[in-house]
Design a protein around this ligand. Structure first.
Ligand code: GLY
Ligand code: MN
Ligand code: MN
Length: 447
């Protein structure tokens, strides 16, 4: 089982990271992490699907509420596995052997039982309550078990941990790799469904079925957009009507493995698709792979974003969508009308993983360049980081319409824009790992 050895190393690495974090930030000798609590819709007894807190999932691949971890430098970490006595819901709490082997597991019926456990567990050296930092959303729970407010989510510790989350252990990379392989099965099925003229809804279902997952198990709501809907960046609907005459599918869909996400976008065309749009898709694919080839340790991520806009500018000129010189188009930020989002983001436990704009572990931040406010990652690349590279080119009426008579609008061939607008847009997205020698594409693998 490849995860087993990787997980043992991962836990060892996390132990070292947390030990360093506690030393560097002071005040605390241990950390208690709560997975979270079920939230109810307003005035309702129904809850949205539960998602454990990221710093909890970093340690343990268990997606359940009310679970508690106690991290003590130099000691085996403790997992308070809370399994209520309850006949309304399934309460099976299975732990893989390779996970259990790394923990001291104490099973409790209620999370409040942690309060007694903190008074003293046999074989565990527990510091005074005031020296235990609490990480989690449910701070009333922390108070109830005796952890004072000053210990709740200390920002210095959180900055430190958020910053380190960008660099993945081998275990985490193995999880993201597996999540990519799984999602690719879904993407293949989705492509076939599109080619057969299926609806957005049927394409979505084909994806889920091929991945063998439920909708609630995806890392984010699948974006399954035919034609003009591809221009809606976070399109959430799934139209039921036939896609018999559809020309374009933009599908942005991932999977999760042990809590780690993949985030993949493909744009497909059909034999009857407007060849000018097909040529654009090919050009965007080349641009995307070219951007990935540039990745290596030590480059400011905004440089990749700028290179992306230079590439899109060239495509806008070569395709005849714009005219003028590349310098003029760049000076007028014309490409931002066609690609209004960032070229990518850190990826891990969260699809938009934490710490993308942190300059250092002390919590100083780096804002994106003013002309690219949507860029989520402003850090420099480093070995072990995983992020997406996802250039896009869209015909978004709400962005383009106000430019018809503007200064930069004169660089745009509106006739061609009007003809291509019904085809929506293009995004191509892979997940990459920064390595010592450059980059590994975790998405372009044979399945
Ligand atoms: N799927 C969301 C994104 O690509 O950022
Ligand atoms: Mn993404
Ligand atoms: Mn995506």
């Amino acid at each position: 089982m490849p995860f087993a050895t990787h997980y043992a190393q991962h836990i060892e690495r996390l132990q070292a990271l947390y030990t360093d974090a506690l030393l560097a930030t002071g005040h605390f000798d241990a950390v208690l992490i709560h997975s979270g609590s079920a939230r109810y819709h307003y005035a309702d007894d129904q809850t949205p699907p539960f998602r454990a807190y990221g710093h909890f999932s970093h340690w343990l691949p268990v997606n359940r509420p009310e679970q508690v971890l106690l991290i003590l430098p130099g000691q085996t970490p403790v997992y308070f596995q809370v399994v209520p006595r309850d006949f309304w819901y399934e309460q099976t709490a299975h732990l893989e052997d390779w996970v259990r082997a790394q923990w001291q597991v104490h099973t409790l019926e209620r999370s409040q039982g942690v309060a007694d456990a903190l008074q003293g567990l046999s074989g565990v050296d527990i510091p005074p309550l005031a020296r235990i930092a609490f990480l989690g959303e449910n701070t009333p729970f922390a108070t109830a078990i005796g952890l004072p407010p000053e210990s709740h989510n200390p920002s210095a510790l959180l900055h430190w941990l958020d910053f380190q989350r960008a660099v993945k252990s081998e275990y985490e990379v193995a999880c993201i790799r597996a999540a990519n392989r799984l999602a690719l099965q879904g993407h293949t099925a989705a492509r076939h469904a599109f080619e057969a003229g299926s609806s957005e809804y049927a394409i979505h279902m084909a994806y889920l079925q091929a991945c063998h997952i439920l909708d609630e198990e995806t890392p984010y709501t699948n974006i399954v957009a035919l034609d003009e809907k591809a221009a809606i960046l976070h399109y959430q609907n799934k139209r039921r009507q036939s896609g018999e005459h559809s020309q374009v599918l933009l599908i942005d869909a991932g999977c999760k493995t042990h809590g780690y996400c993949s985030d993949i976008t493909r744009t497909w065309t059909r034999p009857h698709t407007d060849p000018r749009f097909v040529a654009l898709v090919d050009a965007m694919g080349d641009l995307q792979q070219g951007l990935i080839e540039r990745v290596r340790p030590g480059i400011p991520y905004p440089d990749i974003h700028v290179a992306c806009h230079e590439g899109i500018t060239d495509i806008l000129l070569q395709s005849g969508i714009c005219h003028g010189s590349a310098e003029e188009l760049l000076a007028h930020k014309v490409s931002t009308l066609f690609m209004p989002h960032g070229v990518g983001h850190l990826l891990g436990i969260q699809v938009h993983d934490v710490g993308g704009r942190l300059k250092n572990a002390r919590g100083e931040t780096q804002t994106p360049p003013p002309e690219y406010p949507s860029l989520r990652t402003t850090r420099s690349t480093a070995v072990g980081q995983v992020f997406t590279i996802e250039p896009g080119l869209y015909f978004i009426p709400v962005l383009l319409e106000p430019e018809r008579n503007s200064a930069r609008g004169k660089f745009i061939n509106w006739g061609l824009v009007d003809e291509l607008t019904p085809l929506g847009g293009i995004r191509i997205e892979d997940n990459v790992l920064v390595t010592a020698s450059g980059v590994e594409n975790l998405t372009r693998v044979r399945i």
